[in-house]
Design a protein around this ligand. Structure first.
Ligand SMILES: *[C@@H]1O[C@H](CO)[C@@H](O)[C@H](O)[C@H]1NC(C)=O
Ligand SMILES: *[C@@H]1O[C@H](CO)[C@@H](O)[C@H](O)[C@H]1NC(C)=O
Ligand SMILES: *[C@@H]1O[C@H](CO)[C@@H](O)[C@H](O)[C@H]1NC(C)=O
Ligand SMILES: *[C@@H]1O[C@H](CO)[C@@H](O)[C@H](O)[C@H]1NC(C)=O
Ligand SMILES: *[C@@H]1O[C@H](CO)[C@@H](O)[C@H](O)[C@H]1NC(C)=O
Ligand SMILES: *[C@@H]1O[C@H](CO)[C@@H](O)[C@H](O)[C@H]1NC(C)=O
Ligand SMILES: *[C@@H]1O[C@H](CO)[C@@H](O)[C@H](O)[C@H]1NC(C)=O
Ligand SMILES: *[C@@H]1O[C@H](CO)[C@@H](O)[C@H](O)[C@H]1NC(C)=O
Ligand SMILES: CC(=O)N[C@H]1CO[C@H](CO)[C@@H](O)[C@@H]1O
Length: 505
């Protein structure tokens, strides 16, 4: 599905529970250290702007082949293929293409893997809704993720691409780009008995956190607040049993201000797709225009792809409340500071010209109008804990317990489906915030964990201590899974990988 161009690699923590069939993978979001080359990219302006709205995409480090080659992939619930950049991809050998699309982030060399096998030549061709794409061969090789090794996984090998990083698509296998459907990673995790059910949980954590976690085959009750509530995934057509996207019903979208005043922006329910590969949230025109009216936002998407809003909302007690399913369905509260993004000034410095606006301190807004399909991207997903059950065609949501450093992992079985469990009673406070303050990559120069400059040992150490704390905090409160935790910090720039730190806890 739609996704925006990535620029930078990130933090990765991979962990593996020995006693449960769950495969946990922690991935990270890289704050950008340099703005994209938008002055040379008038035609691609929108993609690059979106990219910086959240400081980059969500990446995870995996490896493939024998011996394993490390690659960094963008996590995408909106698509279903895994593909990697070939070492000889045209983009990776052309300075002019790289000036346009960015340097290759991590590549795979099939000739250096003993377990590589070709599936079909020139058969891989994927195009995303934002106009980007990749093409090449389909091949099979061993794929390592979160401590699990998947044999003979079919993947795309991009030889000709406009995207400078591979993708980890984890949607329904029915949605693969190939003419001939093939078992994708979610199928093989089950077929090879690594997890019991085609299910996983996604915890992105908030805008100010560096890492999130995906847990294949399990869920973590320390990472959400209150009851986890399920809604059915909608089939492709009514009464069909074909499923190719994570579409659920959004029944109401309201906001609640500091005085408790509720404003309702929806008049009827509509389908939305949960898509981690999309940075913003796209809603029906009428709904977004009601919101823009209420908050005084100015839609300039036709010119610059931005919706402008006053930065004053960053400090206001305002939430956007998304309800799914029926009256008792899950409600996710998205605070204003997760959808009001302070990213406009940097673009103004680069020559972005603002229209006349009724406010001085200009931010952008992370929800935009769409007249085709509606996507809940990262500006929504960061506030939610989401469990995707592809076997039982259900998605469960609960408010995310942000900055949680504790863990209590429960396996999801195909028989039970998503268990009816409760998370923590309320949002984790000071103690865990203090811990993650050390790992936060806020752009404040006082932050020890500031990774926006150069990759330093301090950056890596702070992430390591966070992972360590997960274990020790867990020792008191929950049974400790026997996890090996690996922390990898990869920091890449426009011209490729600049530094990698590896620490094993
Ligand atoms: C790949 O990453 C692992 C840690 O995840 C590290 O131990 C290994 O040395 C890396 N391999 C290469 C070739 O960089
Ligand atoms: C890359 O290598 C493969 C296999 O050796 C070859 O088929 C393909 O044409 C090469 N692509 C480019 C762009 O050189
Ligand atoms: C593949 O290469 C051709 C030129 O050789 C180019 O026109 C086309 O856009 C490329 N496709 C992708 C997906 O990169
Ligand atoms: C709350 O109500 C007061 C008094 O009506 C008003 O001045 C203030 O702007 C309101 N605050 C918000 C956040 O709407
Ligand atoms: C924010 O508003 C909610 C109700 O909308 C209220 O419960 C909470 O105490 C407020 N917080 C602050 C810091 O004003
Ligand atoms: C908002 O409007 C929708 C559609 O009319 C309705 O279903 C929903 O209950 C309303 N939400 C609230 C919180 O009143
Ligand atoms: C889940 O458990 C809660 C609390 O035990 C209960 O109120 C609720 O009805 C249960 N939901 C389902 C779908 O069984
Ligand atoms: C989570 O931690 C970050 C970094 O310390 C902080 O900015 C943010 O406010 C915290 N979020 C919550 C909900 O405590
Ligand atoms: C939201 C976000 O991360 N914005 C960043 C965009 O890039 C500039 C320049 O590096 C940063 O200062 C912003 O923090």
């Amino acid at each position: 599905m739609i996704f925006t161009l990535p620029l930078l690699a990130a933090w990765v923590i991979a962990a593996r529970a020995a006693d449960q069939r769950v495969v946990p993978v922690t991935f990270g979001r890289q704050q950008q250290s340099s703005l994209p080359l938008l002055h040379r990219r008038a035609g691609q302006f929108s993609q690059e702007l979106n990219n910086n709205l959240t400081g980059g995409g969500y990446y995870t480090e995996v490896s493939l082949g024998t011996p394993p080659q490390n690659v960094t992939l963008i996590l995408d619930t909106g698509s279903s293929d895994i593909w990697v950049l070939a070492t000889n991809a045209t983009l990776c050998h052309s300075a002019s293409l790289q000036a346009y699309y960015g340097g290759c982030i991590a590549t795979y060399d099939p000739s250096a893997s003993d377990t590589y096998s070709l599936v079909s030549e020139d058969d891989f061709n994927i195009q995303y809704a934002d106009g980007s794409g990749a093409e090449g061969d389909y091949f099979k090789d061993t794929f390592h993720i979160g401590g699990a090794a998947i044999d003979s996984l079919q993947m795309g090998l991009a030889e000709n691409t406009t995207i400078n990083s591979g993708l980890l698509g984890i949607g329904f296998a029915a949605n693969v780009a190939a003419n001939q459907a093939y078992p994708n990673i979610i199928d093989l995790l089950v077929d090879q008995n690594l997890i019991d059910s085609q299910a996983y949980s996604l915890y992105l954590d908030d805008l100010y956190a560096e890492t999130g976690t995906i847990l294949f085959g399990g869920l973590d009750t320390q990472k959400f607040i209150g009851e986890l509530k399920s809604v059915p995934i909608q089939p492709d057509e009514e009464d069909s049993d074909a499923y190719s996207s994570f579409t659920v019903t959004l029944s109401s979208l309201t906001s609640t201000d500091g005085n408790g005043t509720v404003t309702n922006y929806t008049r009827s329910s509509f389908p939305v797709i949960l898509d981690s590969g999309t940075t913003l949230t796209y809603l029906p025109n009428a709904v977004t225009y009601r919101i823009f009216d209420a908050i005084g936002a100015v839609d300039d998407t036709s010119r610059t792809q931005f919706v402008y809003v006053s930065c004053d909302y960053l400090s206001q007690n305002l939430t956007f409340d998304f309800q799914f399913g029926d009256d008792d369905g899950p409600v996710i509260h998205v605070p204003a500071d997760e959808v009001v993004l302070d990213n406009v000034k940097a673009y103004v410095d680069l020559g972005l010209r603002l229209p006349d606006l009724p406010f001085e301190n200009v931010c952008s807004f992370g929800m935009q109008p769409s007249s085709s399909y509606y996507l809940l991207g990262d500006t929504f997903l960061r506030s939610a804990y989401v469990v995707y059950d592809l076997t039982n065609k259900e998605i469960a949501l609960a408010p995310a317990n942000l900055n949680s450093t504790e863990s209590n992992v429960i396996e999801i079985t195909s028989a039970s489906g998503i268990p009816n469990v409760s998370g923590v009673a309320s949002q984790a406070t000071v103690a865990s915030t203090a811990t993650s303050a050390a790992t936060a990559s806020s752009s404040s120069s006082s932050s020890q964990g500031d990774d926006t400059e150069t990759p330093t040992a301090a950056t890596v150490t702070s992430a390591t201590s966070s992972a360590d704390q997960t274990g020790s905090a867990g020792a008191k409160a929950v049974p400790v899974p026997n996890w090996e935790v690996v922390v990898v910090a990869g920091i890449a720039g426009l011209s490729g990988l600049m530094g990698v730190g590896v620490f094993v806890v």
